[in-house]
Design a protein around this ligand. Sequence first.
Ligand code: HGY
Ligand code: MN
Ligand code: MN
Length: 416
Amino acid sequence: MTAPGQNLKIDGERLWNSLMEMAKIGPGVRGGNNRQTLTDEDAEGRALFQKWCEAEGMTMDVDQMGTMFMRREGEDPSLPPVYMGSHLDTQPTGGKYDGVLGVLGGLEVIRMLNQLGVKTKHPIVLTNWTNEEGTRYAPAMLASGVYAGVLEQEWAYARVDADGKSFGDELERIGWKGAAPVGGRPMKAFFELHIEQGPILEAEGKDIGVVTHGQGLRWIQCTVTGKESHTGSTPMPMRKNAGRGLAQITELVHEIAMSQQPNAVGAIGHIDIYPNSRNIIPGKAVFTIDFRSHLIDVLNGMVDRFYAEAPKLCEALGVSFESEIVGQFDPPAFDEGCVNAVREAAQRLGYSHRDIVSGAGHDACWINRVAPTAMIMCPCEDGLSHNEDEEISPEWAAAGANVLFHAVVETAEIVG
Ligand code: HGY
Ligand code: MN
Ligand code: MN
């Protein structure tokens, strides 16, 4: 006997066309995307998403962090909705699928439910979380962090970008500051479809990643201060070169992460050097360390060792060292019931699958604190992401969206 909705499948071509349509907004320079949060391009992408959702009869609610909640009514509107979604903002040299697949994969689920005239007992809500990437405004997953009550809304509004523009002002400027309070929505469950952003699924020939856990993260923003002086006339022993502090700390971060293999990663992605003139010794270096591990003791151990060694290293160079944590979350374990719904959907649909730990952070990592949550992953070519060459196949996109379809519809309970 087939389970209700056993054969539900999305329209892979329609999903792929929507992905390509959205990719035209905020194009990168090499075929990817630069649709950073709260830019005019982000506003344009939001408007297109809103138009597509409203064409499906969904109603929109926007909260005070700009997160979009698109609702498809259920047979019983009083029941807690089943949520799905991800993010439409991208890295400055991002791909076309990071985040976007989870949002437009969810839209495709709604489109197919409407096409088939399938009703669900619980309402379904599709979300676009503001500022998942955390590039323009650190930290990553900012809106979902406020939603989960982990980050303060006023602190979030005060975050500034490299040009000194605040999150709150930019949210107002693009016209996406909603009225709804942030958080507190009754949620039966939350499912996020996302590309793996790593090499495992493709290397093992698996269609689907059943995400059981995520890595925890610590973002440590450091300021190393030396003394600007002439690169030609300043004798070597007199130099206070902030650039050397950056270089030695870069090596230290790498060595700390390598000492914890295979359970850790560490790098410095954001670097600003001042005054960045060819013939001036750098007087200041501001940079952010990104440590991650799915083991909390390993993560904390890396941070402890860093703080034990970095200040000493700077002292020996005659430069000062300051730091602040600008982003952090502990390794999440996703909800067993939701994870099983994902695994059973992959099995039922005949997709090869494996349990996997998410290397990247996602809004699901925060929403997991306030609602039963799970993630579905599809492979990406060469495991490449946060690169304009990020690529997936239409088949991988469709497989992920089909598993999302089954997990969401099963949890929302088909009527009739
Ligand atoms: O940083 C992350 O893991 C995510 O891509 N924002
Ligand atoms: Mn993402
Ligand atoms: Mn990303």
